[in-house]
Design a protein around this ligand. Structure first.
Ligand SMILES: Cc1ncc(C[n+]2csc(CCOP(=O)(O)OP(=O)(O)O)c2C)c(N)n1
Length: 370
């Protein structure tokens, strides 16, 4: 874990030997239920998608079991006008912002429901309407983009904060350091959010860095670094809200380290038992973010067993409905390959385009496939 004193992580809900050291954020009961349901949906999605991958119905999936508090707690704080620059495991943020589930599944199938018309690998969800960029498979490259977007927002005096996500492995990439440096130099409204799930595929945290956690790295760059119990939904919300307020007040970026654990494989292509002792996972299952939040919500009278059962049924049937729409949708037409790239199509592509139109008349006036 490499936090020499885990008692110092920001924590709103006590756990094990660790006491709460921060106040619960102010939220309505409805907001609490919204966040919890979003977390539950992610957990149910993991179960379903991993099963579907094994059935050969989708090619690839990156699960987020164990990390739902980090994803949904931080995503909850984002406003519609804020930009999201995700890494692999933040598709749940896009769903929280209202992106339709059938289009999320359409991305995994790469069909006509996919915003990107089947051109990206699975898990690269995106939507300009919901201000959520596609992750880049090349890890950490999204962070300089987030800082650039935040710098633009600052110059244009826009009411906008950029959320740039990264994993612990990504912090070894130069892009993380470039982004940290310029975010602080330009004092941009950006949150750099590291989900420290302690694994980068098969590389454990202690082989990634000798630092005492990730948040400490912020000091060298001249910005606040905040280490949070990333399985404590309320602490994640509180720390993200504070960082968001700093950004909006013109006080610049914050590095948020959400300390959590990747309970499953890196992806559906991975078998973690080949490189990690699965006994290491057991203590983390005891601090499961859904269980912790559900217990707190139960104690506060905000959630009960009947609501849990109803929500599970409702989320499952919504998922099944969305899946039946998405799985039967058509593949993108070949002609879509030529769309969205060039304003004026170069001659060699115009020739290829002609060959995929029905009558070969790709050069017809007005037929440019935008
Ligand atoms: C620049 C680059 N190097 C290596 C890879 C291969 N790769 C894909 S995901 C990954 C691990 C990422 O780990 P981390 O940043 O901790 O995020 P996590 O997947 O654990 O959420 C690696 C090494 C890549 N995609 N890009």
């Amino acid at each position: 874990m490499a936090h020499s004193d885990p008692s110092t992580l920001i924590r709103c809900m006590p756990v094990g030997d660790y006491a709460a050291n921060a106040a619960v954020p102010e939220m309505s009961e409805e907001e609490h239920r919204f966040v919890y349901r979003a977390m539950l949906r992610l957990r149910l999605l993991d179960e379903k998608m991993l099963l579907m991958q094994r059935q050969g119905r989708i090619a690839f999936f990156g699960p987020s079991s164990g990390q739902e508090a980090a994803i949904c707690g931080s995503g909850f704080v984002s406003r519609p006008q804020d930009w999201i620059f995700p890494a692999l495991r933040e598709g749940g943020v896009l769903l929280m912002r209202g992106f339709p589930l059938e289009r999320y599944f359409g991305q995994l199938f790469g069909n006509v429901l996919d915003v990107q018309k089947g051109r990206q690998q699975p898990m690269h969800f995106s939507s300009s309407e919901y201000k959520h960029l596609s992750l880049s498979s090349v890890i950490a490259t999204q962070l300089p983009q987030a800082v650039g977007a935040a710098y633009a927002a600052k110059l244009k005096q826009q009411d906008c904060v950029a959320f740039g996500y990264i994993g612990d492995g990504g912090t070894s990439e130069h892009d993380f350091h470039n982004a940290m440096n310029f975010a602080a130099v330009w004092k941009v409204p950006c949150l750099i959010i590291c989900q420290n799930n302690q694994w980068a595929i098969s590389v454990p945290f202690e082989k990634q860095t000798a630092s005492d956690g990730i948040a400490i790295k912020a000091t060298a760059y001249g910005m606040p670094g905040v280490a949070v119990d990333g399985n404590d939904t309320l602490a994640v919300i509180r720390a993200t809200q504070e960082a968001h307020e700093r950004a909006l007040a013109g006080d610049g970026p914050t590095l948020l380290e959400l300390v959590t654990y990747r309970c499953g494989g890196h992806s559906s292509s991975d078998d973690p038992s080949r490189y990690r002792d699965e006994d290491k996972v057991a203590p983390w299952l005891k601090v499961d973010p859904l269980d912790r939040y559900r217990t707190w919500l139960g104690d506060e009278g905000i959630w009960d067993d009947a609501q849990q059962e109803d929500a599970t049924d409702e989320l499952r049937s919504h998922m099944d409905e969305a899946l039946s729409i998405a799985e039967t949708a058509d593949s993108p037409e070949p002609i879509t390959m030529f769309q969205d790239v060039y304003h004026e199509m170069p001659p060699h592509l115009r020739d290829q385009w002609s060959s995929v139109t029905e009558d070969g008349s790709g050069t017809a006036e007005g037929a440019f496939p935008l």
